[in-house]
Write a protein that binds this ligand. Structure first.
Ligand code: CUA
Length: 347
């Protein structure tokens, strides 16, 4: 091979590689990582991207060089010279990808293993009394519930986490398969009815990030969102204390509004007293008129619509969207919810 050809090949390859590298680096493809685990996953992405850029540069250089130098003349209808295999070349183009793919699988396996591991705070930094924090995540059509077993099963409709605290999410579903995803935390994890899946998160940044369902789970799938609120350790502890004192969301006694919000009713329904604007289900500000159309007394209508949602479906809304799982609400919570809705519906 002439020296000029090699210079030309290398120059084209460097140009294409530089272009691809700029596209990779200048465009913010990945969310700004907010957990240790997401940082590791980002590393895998960049590791693979670097390999891809190298291969892209090589292939593009050979193609462009061939187009420039081996173009047939317009009147040249002859066949090209017959070529047999080149053993050395074939070994190289089999061995190099094999090495690359193997290295990707090793890096991925190491990252997945480390991400699944719940780090226990070492004695040196033993200042974090909460680590590891366990949160029970429950998915159902179409909302998330977060429960904190270490705090008397304190329940929240948003995922509240203290920063820098290794946290184990135990994820399950009450109805169909959902999938838990916070882009800034990196990893997705399915929520499967009848089993519990695990996801370890160590938040590294204070802030509010979206919790998104990434498994098509029904009509309200696109609206099945919550928030992950990462705060300082002190702020998190204040929250657990004040919530426990209100006695609010625990089992048993609960205010109607708390039941409404904690069960995600606000995700699908508009209801002025709760300040919600959902449009998946009927407008609860108009409950009185709806009860009349259904021919039932207001409170009885509300209760039945919660416990047995398909008994009467408001015209204009499809059947089978409102989940029947609320029939398992404890009686005190159900009663509080019915009273809250009946009062808010403006008797
Ligand atoms: Cu739950 Cu999609």
């Amino acid at each position: 091979m002439r020296r000029g050809s090699i210079v030309q090949l290398v120059a084209i390859g460097a140009l294409c590689g530089a272009g691809a590298a700029l596209a990779a680096l200048l465009i913010p493809w990945l969310p700004h990582a907010a957990s240790e685990q997401a940082g590791r996953i980002d590393f895998v992405f960049w590791f693979v991207t670097a390999i891809c850029i190298g291969i892209f540069a090589l292939v593009a250089a050979v193609i462009i060089y061939a187009v420039l130098n081996f173009r047939a003349a317009p009147d040249d209808d002859s066949d090209g010279p017959p070529i047999h295999g080149h053993t050395g070349l074939e070994i190289v183009w089999t061995a190099v990808p094999a090495v690359l793919v193997t290295s990707i699988s090793i890096v991925s396996a190491v990252v997945l293993a480390r991400n699944d591991h719940v780090p226990h705070t070492s004695a040196a930094e033993g200042a974090n009394p909460l680590a590891p924090l366990v949160v029970d995540v429950t998915a159902q059509q179409f909302f998330w519930t977060f429960k904190y077993p270490a705090f008397d099963n304190l329940t929240s409709s948003t995922l509240k986490l203290p920063v820098d605290t290794p946290t184990e999410l135990r994820i399950t579903s009450l109805d169909v398969t959902h999938s838990f995803w916070v882009p800034e935390f990196g990893q997705k994890q399915d929520a499967v009815p009848g089993s519990t899946t695990k996801l370890v998160i160590t938040p590294t940044r204070v802030g509010t990030f979206p919790v998104i369902c990434t498994e098509l789970c029904g009509l309200g799938h696109a609206l099945m969102r919550s928030a992950a609120e990462v705060s300082s350790l002190a702020k998190f502890q204040t929250w657990t204390k004040s919530s426990a004192q209100q006695g609010a969301p625990g089992p048993g006694g609960a205010s109607g509004k708390t039941v409404f919000v904690n069960n995600g009713c606000d995700g699908c329904h508009t209801f002025k007293p709760a300040g919600s604007h959902g449009t998946v289900g009927p407008d609860l500000d108009k409950l009185a008129a709806e009860a009349q159309r259904a021919g039932q007394p207001l409170e009885q209508f509300i209760k039945e619509s919660i416990v047995n949602p398909n008994a009467y479906v408001e015209p204009g809304f499809p059947k089978g969207v409102m989940p029947g799982t609320f029939s398992t609400l404890p009686k005190t919570q159900l009663d509080a919810l019915v009273t809250y809705l009946a009062q808010g519906a403006g008797r």
